[in-house]
Ligand binder design. Sequence first.
Ligand SMILES: [Zn+2]
Length: 150
Amino acid sequence: MPLIEDQPRLSKGVLQGAGALTQGVAMEWQWGRPAGLIITTVAVPGGFLLRHAAEEVKVLTRPKWLVCPACLRQCRYLLFYKRWCCRRCSGCQPRVWHRFRGVPFLRRQTIVRQMLNAPPSSLRAFELRRRLHKVNREIRKAMERRYGKV
Ligand SMILES: [Zn+2]
């Protein structure tokens, strides 16, 4: 699964700090990974043009946000994964989701947190309940191994 932290990113703060959002300014940006990724931004009224190879997309800016050119949601930064997009529509996951993968108790906390956001009768909630049962079983087994059956 691709991780958000591994992809090149372009944030509103960095663009602004570099002066790239000042109208008329064109700026080149490079990343070492993937090798040779080079884009040019050109500030225009209401946002900037992002030129990448033969493609050009217009990215709109808001006072604190960027507007994702792929899904039009507001975001703090764009990332490049197959295309320029935001973290939510990129299909990438945050590293922290994977850091505690092996710890059932922490996985349980994550699932419970996700359940609060899922409509109770949705397929997503069903899937989360299934995962919760599974992780509960793992925790019970680990407790039994450590303390014996109670
Ligand atoms: Zn998006």
